[in-house]
Design a protein around this ligand. Structure first.
Ligand code: ADP
Ligand code: MG
Length: 378
């Protein structure tokens, strides 16, 4: 499939061909009040931390080892329980540093930096980087280009890579877009070749994949109860030490607070939204850091946030970004076609859509009882 046909297919799906949200099998579990009210309650765009309010357990619970640091351009917090937790987290922090120095787009000497400055020559990658690149390319294919790991030059033009934000001219965007397209990347085993002028950015999947590596490392060290927070990507090992599930607050994409609590164990919960990394242009409009690869503009798909619950962080990370680009209907269709994840989607209108696998695991917070909540059934 060539580049144009891929783009066209997704556009067709996204446009006129879009299926209407199926109402069959959907019921409302919210307490009455409609959209308008919910939207009023959820006004300004702000960020709120991921809440782990239920982490504090009974008296029998041992003190956890905790490690907070900065890596991969974001705040990281690791919590682990049990014997050897301190040492295991020290090793985990070191591993994060190693992965960052492989995958950083800006760090000279990183593998991705070498690929992006290879002038079209082949580059041999480490196994980790080759696996991550392979996964990103596969997911790009599977999401029909909603995940697009070659958007870096376009992100740069918007200033998202430097925080010197600007609104690029349309001609500039179109010119940069002509130099993107995951299908032009050649990966053969551990050897990658990127056409000259193109740049790879695994930022939309790297943190999830790093979380998978850290979980593996911690398990190898005998850890059976841990919670990783990598810039809001949550990955858990086992349950809390007392055997109960972890309680995770789902942040309100419109303002302060958490819209509800999700209880999980042994899984990844990865959220994407445009409420954290964005800027307000001179035109007063808000521009977020997740771009629609078809337009080169910030995705405006009608979604405020997408949270994916999966076994593996890398899949959650890839899907949270790409389903955010797709929007509610396409995301629903994608969920119906793929059995390996559940999701909670919050629309710009303040509606919250929860897939059936999470129905018994998610409760709305006290201040958000008015949100319209739909359960999607397969
Ligand atoms: P975050 O990294 O903020 O947790 P995501 O996992 O959703 O959020 O990744 C967003 C990052 O991925 C952006 O900051 C940008 O570097 C890159 N990006 C933006 N749009 C896309 C896209 N459509 N496909 C792939 N990567 C993207
Ligand atoms: Mg992501």
């Amino acid at each position: 499939m060539n580049e144009d046909s891929v783009r066209e297919t997704r556009k067709e799906k996204a446009g006129k061909g879009r299926p209407a949200l199926k109402k069959t099998g959907i019921h409302r579990a919210g307490k009455g009040a409609g959209r308008g009210h919910a939207a009023q309650v959820l006004a300004a765009v702000l960020l709120a931390g991921t809440l782990t309010s239920c982490q504090r357990g009974g008296a029998a619970e041992t003190e956890p080892a905790v490690r907070d640091f900065f890596a991969m351009n974001t705040s990281v917090s690791f919590t682990a329980y049990g014997d050897g937790a301190e040492e295991a987290l020290a090793a985990a922090e070191e591993r994060m540093g190693q992965l960052e120095s492989l995958w950083s787009v800006t760090e000279e000497g990183s593998e991705i930096y070498r690929v992006n400055h290879s002038g079209g020559e082949p580059v041999v990658l480490s196994r980790e980087t080759a696996d991550l690149a392979e996964f990103a390319l596969e997911m790009a294919e599977e999401t029909q280009g909603a995940l697009e790991p070659t958007l870096y030059p376009v992100l740069e033009a918007w200033g998202f890579t430097t925080d010197e934000h600007r609104i690029p001219e349309e001609t500039e965007i179109q010119e940069l877009l002509s130099n993107t397209g995951y299908e032009k990347v050649r990966l053969d085993g551990e050897t990658i070749r990127l056409p000259e002028g193109m740049e790879l950015d695994l930022g939309a999947v790297g943190k999830g994949y790093a979380g998978d590596f850290i979980c593996e490392l911690l398990r190898e060290q005998g850890i059976t109860s841990a919670l990783l927070d990598i810039g809001g990507n949550i990955q858990t090992i086992g349950t809390r030490p007392d055997g109960s599930d972890w309680g995770l607050g789902l942040r309100n994409p419109f303002g302060e607070g958490t819209v509800g609590v999700l209880t999980v164990s042994d899984c990844a919960v990865v959220t994407s939204g445009n409420y954290e990394n964005y800027f307000v242009g001179e035109d007063g409009k808000t521009y977020g850091h997740i771009l629609d690869p078809e337009t080169g503009h910030p995705a405006e798909s009608g979604l405020a946030s997408v949270s994916i619950v999966t076994e593996e962080g890398k899949l959650g990370d890839a899907l949270s970004t790409s389903l955010f680009v797709m929007g509610p209907e396409e995301a629903e269709a994608f969920w119906r076609e793929n059995e390996d994840f559940e999701m909670i989607v919050i629309t710009q209108e303040g509606e919250i859509i929860v897939t059936e696998g999470l129905e018994d695991r998610f409760v709305l917070g006290n201040d958000f009882q008015n949100m319209e909540l739909q359960i999607l059934e397969r």
